[in-house]
Design a binder for this molecule. Structure first.
Ligand code: NAD
Ligand code: UDX
Length: 463
């Protein structure tokens, strides 16, 4: 079976970039990305390709090349479904905020809505691909909805989780370590896997395309994120011990990372991991384990989250303690708000929680992030529901210039590792600040010796 028309439901951080690459690499396939969010689709269709809603290095160029040729963005979900031979479901699967499993389980309402819509609209056989990260055995639920509410057409369900990281999405998609496709072992299931494999094989070497059963594929995605997050929490746990003992966490990370069994990646101590995936997926793993009565397994993975929450809180507490136990009415500049560099995504960013703790102490926060707007900063704080939006706006302001944010500040906190922060004129910043001028480096980003020479009191995580 040869795929000629693809539809992707969900034009977010995964759907948008992934479909842009498929369209670029497979010019004979028509790729339509649909979403119910009109504002988002309008931005994807903006004449100026620099205004697309997701910032990823290299993405706007690829969208510029393929859009209007074989890449389309639309709000007409029914039409997209109807015309496609293969449909990616790439909608959000956030942590549930209500009912059973509140705060832990993945909320599958958007997935179910997609399945029902596909069942209602489809008039010919289709391959349905789970691209969203889903709990184990979700494919079974999707299949049941499709088979019981559809128009008698045949559906094959595949699991094809996405492993891209934000900020490096284009590079990760162009050169993936592996592409994972889970499907049924029946001849029809294998045919569907083959059809999807042939799409990826336009640019991914076949030996990197892995076939598994559906459940292994779903569980592998949760496991990969749990392992990666565990590495961050492990090094962050040691960062606190380093601070007490005089060891330097960067030196420890380098020493252990040179052991080829450990490897050097994901050993950067930080103010805590953020992003839309790690916490959500681990909580999901914890919930699934608990629901099978595997309490020790659940507790083991939950500790990764507990450590991460502790790291964010202790970063904020340390600022208060160092600033003579009061930050009331003091200006604290935040350099960075996004959860990592090279993205405009702020979901679960450590900055949100650190700001919230400091506002609880009546600090005035001045934010500079090259890709995040004031509207987004306030929306993130409002979402926590600690205080109302008028109160948040009284305490937190964004600036479009790093020097303005730092002007007259008592302290600077580095929350995101944007490269441009290293290039700032730190002498100029020092001159503008209250003295003593503190820098709390939550990313181990800056040259501490250089800053100390200028006169800053410099503290980094883990040293
Ligand atoms: P996102 O919130 O950026 O995008 C999801 C989009 O789906 C939204 O624009 C929303 O409007 C749309 N949507 C929801 N329900 C819809 C419906 N019924 N019909 C049409 N559109 C609908 O989310 P994301 O970051 O792209 O993540 C999507 C999935 O991919 C999640 O399951 C996530 O866990 C997984 N994932 C994310 C990343 C990442 O780095 N962000 C990486 C790998 C996997
Ligand atoms: C993650 C996974 O890496 C990716 O494979 C999956 O598809 C989606 O979830 P993402 O959340 O986009 O990707 O970014 P990632 O690079 O994993 O970083 C997550 C968080 O961990 C960030 O806040 C980052 O700053 C932090 N981190 C990462 C550290 O604090 N230290 C590290 O050494 C690495």
């Amino acid at each position: 079976m040869k795929i000629t028309k693809i539809c992707c439901i969900g034009a977010g951080y995964v759907g948008g970039p992934t479909m842009a690459i498929i369209a670029q690499k497979c010019p004979e396939i028509t790729v339509t990305v649909v979403d119910i969010n009109e504002e988002r689709i309008a931005k994807w269709n903006d004449k100026d390709v620099n205004n697309i809603p997701i910032y990823e290095p290299g993405l706007s160029e690829i969208v510029g090349e393929a859009r209007g040729r074989n890449l389309f963005f639309s709000t007409d979900v029914d039409k997209g479904i109807d015309e496609a031979d293969l449909i990616f479901i790439s909608v959000n699967t956030p942590t549930k905020t209500y009912g059973a499993g509140k705060g832990m389980a993945a909320d599958l309402k958007y997935i179910e809505l997609c399945a029902r819509q596909i069942a209602r609209v489809s008039k010919n056989d289709k391959i349905i691909v789970e691209k969203s990260t889903l709990p184990v055995r979700t494919a079974e639920a999707i299949k049941s909805i499709l088979d019981n509410t559809g128009n008698g057409v045949q559906f094959q369900i595949l699991s094809n989780p996405e492993f891209l990281a934000e900020g490096t999405a284009v590079e990760d998609l162009l050169n993936p370590d592996r592409v994972l496709i889970g499907g049924d072992t029946t001849p029809e299931g294998q045919k569907a896997i083959q059809a999807l494999e042939d799409v990826y094989a336009h640019w991914v070497p076949r030996e990197r395309i892995l076939r598994t059963n559906v459940w292994s594929s779903e569980l592998s995605k949760l496991t990969a994120n749990a392992y990666l997050a565990q590495r961050v929490s492990s090094i962050n746990a040691l960062s606190e011990l380093c601070e007490k003992t005089g060891a330097d966490v960067n030196e420890v990370a380098r020493a252990i990372g040179m052991d080829s069994r450990i490897g050097s990646k994901f050993l950067k101590a930080s103010v805590g991991f953020g992003g839309s995936c790690f916490q959500k997926d681990i909580l999901n793993l914890v919930y699934i384990s608990k629901s099978f009565g595997l309490n020790e397994v659940a507790d083991y993975w939950e500790q990764v989250i507990i450590m991460n929450d502790h790291q964010k809180r202790r970063f904020a507490n340390n600022i208060v303690k160092t600033l003579y136990n009061t930050v009331s009415d003091k200006k604290i500049a935040f350099l960075g708000w996004a959860f990592k560099k090279d993205t405009n995504d702020t979901r679960e960013s450590a900055a949100i929680y650190v700001a919230n703790d400091l506002v609880n102490e009546n600090a005035k926060i001045a934010v500079y992030d090259p890709k995040v707007s004031q509207k987004q900063v306030l929306a993130d704080l409002d979402y926590l529901e600690t205080r109302n939006s008028i109160e948040n706006a009284k305490f937190v302001t964004s600036f479009s210039d790093a020097y303005e944010a730092c002007n007259n500040a008592h302290a600077i906190a580095i929350l995101t590792e944007w490269d441009e922060f290293k290039q700032l004129d730190w002498n100029k910043i020092y001159d503008q600040m209250q003295k003593p001028a503190f820098v709390f480096d939550g990313r181990n980003l800056l040259d501490g010796d250089k800053l100390k020479k200028i006169g800053f009191v410099y503290q980094a995580i883990g040293s």
